[in-house]
Design a protein around this ligand. Sequence first.
Ligand SMILES: Cc1ncc(COP(=O)(O)O)c(C=O)c1O
Length: 387
Amino acid sequence: MYKHLYSRFLKAHPQELHFACHSHHYWPDVTREAHLEYWDDACKYVDNKWTHIFSKKVPQAQKLIAEVLHLSHPQQLVFAPNTHEFVFRLLSSLDWTQKVRILTTDSEFYSFDRQINRLSEFKNFEVVKVPTLPISTFHERFEKEMTSHSWNLIFLSQVFFNSGLACDVERLAQNAPVESLFVIDGYHAFMAVPTNLSSLEDRVFYLAGSYKYAQGGEGACFLYVPPKTRHRPFHTGWFAELSHLSAVGSEVGYPVDALQYAGSTMDFSSVYRLIAALEKFKTEGLDIIQIHNFVERNQTLFLEEIEKINHPLLNQQTLMRGEGTRHGHFLTFALPSGESTQKMVAALAQNHVLTDSRGNRLRFGFGLYHDEEDIRRVVSVISQVSI
Ligand SMILES: Cc1ncc(COP(=O)(O)O)c(C=O)c1O
């Protein structure tokens, strides 16, 4: 139904059933033109390239992202090549000369997890990770921690990368202590799970990127900064000087808008591609609800077909699924061991089915370039694979 949008990637892999779009999404055809447009703009504008990008391209991308997330301050979005840069910049806005207390979960992506694991080797860093499982009690357990201590930073994912399980970030943000920085990692939700941040826009920082469901490829990550934020992250770059600075005496000045979280020179071709992908969905009349419903229907069909084959490893018992409809765009099965999971990924790949894994968890990602026939074919391959 939507395969025509991806004709180039699909043609390049005619035999492949690509079910790793949660990891490395195929790029829509329009991103190729956008990539070339960046080259042409570099040639056309040369020294004036940044002026063109910051006056035309960045506002265009900000507007498109703000529409998806229901944010009324598009100018509060800032770009960086990866989310790790934002993670560290956020951490660097805390006062490291005092005790730094961080509340998070045991299921955060490595960009954050590895960084805080390293920082917690310093005596003044204290990190508490709430287990996401069982997900049925996660919100109560997280809220209990949130309110029974004071935290400088609360950081959690909207959709957890190691399960696809999703949490109610609105509920958690509303119940969080006002003095804590509240940061949502929305990478597995942006352009996948319908998200309305309008009631949280004065409260939360939201980070995500274009490599997955936004389909612009790597390099265009963004951070939403609540409008009244006045931070002085010590990890800071010269793009922060592109806006009006406020400084006292000889202090380093910071802008009052989202650029207080800016870094420095980056390759904006990714932002061009992101704009092209988001514009294309609009012209196709595809909004986030339609995309989500399409993927959900395919996930349901996949699970119905899986049920029929009575697979020893992939079945209702090993499927990680919470109650209700809140779930990301990949389905995860918890297998007996990391080794059996690796074997399963390899056996599927030998049969042209591309998936991926995290430890003992096997992940199947669903996207717009799958149709019902693909779903039935992938389940048929699964039924024949033995490890
Ligand atoms: C939840 C989550 N956050 C962030 C990222 C990307 O991090 P970075 O941009 O630092 O590479 C990923 C990548 O898979 C992810 O799953």
